[in-house]
Design a protein around this ligand. Structure first.
Ligand SMILES: Cc1cc2nc3c(=O)[nH]c(=O)nc-3n(C[C@H](O)[C@H](O)[C@H](O)COP(=O)(O)O)c2cc1C
Length: 261
């Protein structure tokens, strides 16, 4: 691909803050450099600019939708077509990742026998957590409003269990290995996209971490480079179910703006 940049600054539409749009002329070190573009392929990336009000409207509609998401612990056993799970994983796998390594594997389980084994093993771990005080008092206090316990029936009832594994390092088909970068950050972002995709299509999920989760690698026969990160039961929420009445932090509690004023 030829080096795509022009010399002079080019302009886009004015933003309604009245600031001048940024042009290429602002960059003395454009990306990619001609040398880089000669060595690695680059493609044009174009997004249609929309006005600030349209962006505000989109942001608000996304916020309202995101705010309507809740973690569910009672699922309907109604089946969910496999292609919907595939669509959610495909969306999740668009996540940005350190050095574009995409260090994740999603294992989607609908087999009842495998779900039973997972429930059994998860409940065994959770029994130790909840009933034998493996969780300290502070942790138990934090969980109290949720009322969670060692019963995990939803792991069998939900039509799908999607187990997300992080790839601690890359294991190539020839057995050689390569480093992965920012694995937890990358897999966390993919997990967030998965949750959003499931919610957007009208289904529900729960990020579930019956710690320690090493049993998932054994039950699902995953390779040594993979470690369970979180699992997601997925299905329709059970009609009439209740969720904890939680408040989300106000914007002022989670946002600090540094704008020089
Ligand atoms: C990384 C992570 C692990 C979680 N693990 C569990 C879990 O093991 N069991 C559970 O019932 N909920 C679990 N949750 C769900 C949280 O309790 C829930 O997200 C939180 O209470 C907020 O509720 P909401 O998701 O409905 O907004 C987990 C959430 C996250 C992000």
């Amino acid at each position: 691909m030829p080096y795509p940049f022009v010399e002079s600054g080019e302009t886009g539409p004015m933003s309604d803050t009245g600031q001048k749009p940024e042009g290429r002329a602002l960059y003395r070190h454009p990306y990619p450099s001609p040398d880089l573009a000669a060595r690695h392929p680059f493609v044009a990336y174009e997004r249609q600019r929309v006005d600030d009000q349209t962006m505000r409207d989109r942001a608000e509609s996304f916020r309202v939708s995101a705010d309507g998401r809740r973690s569910v612990r009672m699922f309907s056993s109604d089946p969910v077509p496999r292609d919907l799970i595939e669509a959610a994983v495909a969306a999740a796998s668009t996540a940005p990742s350190g050095a574009h390594k995409q260090p994740w594997t999603f294992v989607a389980v609908s087999d009842p026998a495998t779900k039973s084994r997972i429930r059994e093993a998860a409940e065994a771990e959770e029994r130790t957590n909840y009933l034998e005080n493996r969780m300290n008092a502070e942790w138990q206090e934090a969980l109290a409003p949720l009322g969670t316990d060692h019963h995990k029936e939803f792991l069998e009832v939900a039509p799908w269990l999607v187990v997300l594994f992080e790839q601690r390092y890359e294991l190539r088909p020839d057995g050689s290995t390569r480093k992965n970068y920012y694995v937890k950050e990358s897999v966390g972002i993919a997990a967030g996209l998965f949750v959003a995709a499931v919610h957007e299509m009208g289904l529900a999920t729960l990020p579930h971490t019956p710690s320690p989760m090493a049993f998932l690698r054994t039950v699902l026969d995953r390779p040594e480079n993979e470690r369970p990160f979180v699992m997601f039961p997925v299905g329709h929420p059970l009609r009439g179910l209740l969720v904890p009445d939680l408040a989300r932090k106000a914007l002022e509690e989670v946002l600090v703006v540094v704008d020089g004023t």
